[in-house]
Ligand binder design. Structure first.
Ligand SMILES: NC(=O)c1ccc[n+]([C@@H]2O[C@H](COP(=O)([O-])OP(=O)(O)OC[C@H]3O[C@@H](n4cnc5c(N)ncnc54)[C@H](OP(=O)(O)O)[C@@H]3O)[C@@H](O)[C@H]2O)c1
Length: 327
């Protein structure tokens, strides 16, 4: 990372003439090699993407004070595409919108089929590696497998270090966490963390936050799954652990739940013009949250998601109204 991470981004999304991503795909905890489920096809052109306007919210990582843009990018599904495909070409535009809009955090994993290869190629082609706060994961069941996986991640990501290395879904913590600490001591992983994505994992996540005191915890939090505000977030605030939020859209399911629902009457007061922006603003309105990582393969949606990190945050009554709408 360069001083770019301290840049208070003014999103200027001059995103004209971009080709459309024909298709993205999704996966979650899918075994390697298994085909991703196709995602919805895009419907519009990006030429009319509205500028995000305004400064992108920045939040500090408690363990160092380093500031990062609060809207990041996830890569599960949306970045699991062939390297020579139209979907890959669309992702170049997605990342152009993202970095030019002031974003920096990209979260990936060796468990997301070829997503690390795709991220590595996109960062190299776009010349964006130095602007990027790159996060990947450890997910293997022996020391030898962890070492081989890490070497492979660096090769696939076309880099010699990452900003954040996380133990994926608390897997093999007994070996993975000490290894992550070694890599941090060597200076090849700047921060270390742990991840989960289900309410059923919150109790173990909290126990391991207390035991391990990682720099980051990554957890699910959304209008229809707000439990982390009671479980993980207070402990993160108490211990000074940065919070990365996954599944802010409940893996896209929230958009089906918005059909027939108008935005609340107060949406314009908080600068919100879409449900995606509202869901992201809900997440960022909790003070424990450092960064949220929505995944998309579509440039116009990337612009929409960035806009969720601009303008006023929500108050408690607004958050409660949203949670009640999607309970
Ligand atoms: N255990 C873990 O460590 C763990 C678990 C889960 C997730 N994660 C991380 O968190 C990231 C985010 O989670 P997620 O990918 O599960 O789900 P998500 O971000 O909640 O939702 C992604 C879905 O929302 C759609 N979408 C994105 N932006 C949109 C917009 N503006 N308007 C309408 N639809 C939009 C995407 O479709 P399109 O691509 O078609 O736009 C995709 O179907 C992952 O990619 C991964 O990096 C980590």
């Amino acid at each position: 990372m360069t001083s770019r991470r301290d840049f208070i981004a003014t999103a200027s999304l001059a995103a004209t003439g971009f080709a459309l991503a024909p298709l993205a795909a999704c996966s979650q905890e899918r075994p390697q090699g298994q085909a991703p489920v196709p995602r919805e096809k895009p419907t519009g052109a990006i030429a009319d993407v509205a500028p995000a306007g305004g400064a992108l919210l920045m939040r500090a990582i408690p363990s160092t004070g380093e500031r990062i843009a609060a809207i990041g990018v996830g890569t599960s599904g949306s970045y699991e595409v062939p390297l020579d495909s139209p979907e890959f070409a669309a992702l170049k535009d997605v990342l152009k919108v993202f970095f030019e809009g002031g974003g920096s955090v990209i979260d990936t994993s060796p468990n997301y089929s070829n997503a690390e290869d795709v991220v590595g190629a996109l960062l190299a082609d776009g010349g964006w590696r130095e602007r990027c706060f790159l996060a990947t994961k450890l997910a293997a069941d022996s020391r030898a497998a962890l070492e081989a996986q890490w070497a492979d991640s660096l090769r696939r990501l076309r880099t010699d270090r990452v900003e954040l290395l996380q133990v994926h879904n608390l897997r093999n913590m007994g070996e993975a966490m000490p290894y992550a600490r070694e890599l941090k001591a060597q200076g090849v992983a700047k921060y270390i963390g742990i991840t989960h994505y289900l309410e059923s994992g919150h109790a173990d996540t909290v126990r391991l936050m207390r035991a391990e005191k990682p720099d980051f915890v990554q957890i699910n939090y959304s209008v229809n799954a707000p439990q982390a505000a009671q479980t993980v977030f207070p402990v993160a605030q108490e211990l000074g652990i940065a919070v990365m939020v996954n599944r802010a859209f409940d893996d896209g399911k929230l958009f089906a739940a918005t059909r027939g629902k108008d935005l609340p009457g107060w949406a314009a007061e908080v600068g919100v013009t879409s449900w995606a922006q509202m869901f992201l603003k809900f997440v960022l309105s909790h003070p424990a949250v450092t960064v949220v990582i929505p995944a998309t393969g579509k440039p116009e949606r990337q612009a929409d998601n960035l806009k969720g990190g601009t303008g006023p945050l929500l108050d408690e009554a607004q958050k409660a109204e949203l949670a009640a709408m999607f309970a």
